[in-house]
Design a protein. Sequence first.
Length: 282
Amino acid sequence: MSFQRLKTKGLVFYISFIFFVLNQPAYAEVRAVILTEVDENIVSISGNEEMEAISLLTEFSDNQLTFEQQQVSMTRGWLELSKQQNSCMFNKIKTPERLDVATFSHYPITVYPPLRLIVLTKNQHIFASQLDLAQLPENTQGEIGVVKDRAYGEYIDSQIAKTPHEFYVRGGVGSSNKLIEMLNAQRVLGIIEYSEVVDAYLRNNDKTLDYVSIPIRHVEQAIYGYIACSKGDKGDKVIAEIDHVMSQQSFQEAFIRMHDDFFGEAEKAILIPELETLFNLR
């Protein structure tokens, strides 16, 4: 074979190789299944909030991080997490038990103001200006509504476990909304919830409710909800990509703007500084 022919073949190979490299994505596409809980036990300030956060993750990954949604119940979600190796759940509070079965994102995907006791304004006098779950008022046994299997944070969870008879536990589809309806019908005296969740329900259902939100003792900090994915190589890969996207300052600034849009002034006064500190943007 002549030198000229070798040179020509080498040039063709080189051009083909460069064309191949230039047409490859910057990094491999990462696909995940988001297990969306149809019973609404997942706390959401808006029906669009989860979609907005997922959209941000996809956008700032240059569409390399993609999500397919699958509707499941809350109980079924944790089971599916162990079966589908690239599945994830949205807005999960970290607990020691959950860390055993899932890998969590480094940064929270939702940040909420402290939970409150929501009561009708006309019943506000029954409770002190700050609720002490360890010393509930008389004649309120079984009158404080909570959602079955929902994580409310370490302190509230411990109080519910310690004195379950003090609470009305609602399970099943649409539990959070059902409790708001029960509060309106005075079938419970109060519910532990975020005021923005109540407001979103009222807006979406064109309803009104004259209520107040009472602070809960020992529950003063913002609550973080994380993305939890299957343990194992596939789930770890999804979490690694989520962490990569959320570490970008451009994403963090858009994430803060999203929370600024969803909350009222009182809540934003707590959350925006919290987020800026979390992302080291202050």
